[in-house]
Ligand binder design. Sequence first.
Ligand code: 0WE
Length: 255
Amino acid sequence: MGLLEGKRGIVFGVANDHSLAWYCAQQMHAQGAQLAFTYQAENLERRLRPLAESVGSTFIRQCDLSKDEEIEKVMGELGKEWDSLDFIVHAVAFANKADLEGHFVDTSREGFRLALDVSAYTLTAVAQKAMPLMKNGGSIVTLTYYGAEKVVPHYNVMGVAKAALEASVQYMAADLGEKGIRVNAISAGPVRTLAAMGIAGFREMLKVVEQKAPLKRNVQAEEVGKTALYLASDLSSGVTGEVIHVDCGYSIMGM
Ligand code: 0WE
């Protein structure tokens, strides 16, 4: 009997088979969950569709999370297929490449707005529009990064956005607790995904983690997926408003 038998969830943020969202989805599917997926832009459907179908999903929709109408439309359509929704995986972030290269202090108003809108506000937007479907309580899981807590060179406006996301997790957990909805974040160590590709010095970051982290290695995407499974399942029934570090212990070290 799977941990998510009879449960239904929607996953935002699968770009390809390296995506952390995809590792979450695989773990959840393996434990009996039924899954729905969305993709942000047309060119991403070609990648997502075969993955989603491989875990038996029939609900695959385009949804630009920066548009309220699109979120509402998708939730409306989901409500026609499913009478309730049990969990949400939010693995969505974006900042302009230029804002991840120079100094944070040089961030433009528009770059700041974009990063916070896509990387932080979308969690609230999705929860808001999903609320009518989450009739039996549920679990909302998002992904964050250490750059929210401490300065990571070049993470810049994304660090500020993740700080807003982590604060949103707490406020949402407080609001939604009475409905039996839990809201948590996983702070994942760096993983080679599309989002990490082309980031100057990413390889060096992986080496630093290997040296400094208590476990003396980098985190595996599957380990992030397993934590998402725990958070979506009844195993974590007493946990809400939390940021769980899945980083081989990196964040506990002072030096
Ligand atoms: O949250 C992230 C990455 C988020 C991200 C990545 C990109 C790359 C391509 C957001 N927006 C964009 N925009 C693009 O145009 N991570 C935790 C991975 C990451 O990104 C970094 C990191 C790490 C770790 C950027 C600088 C420094 C470290």
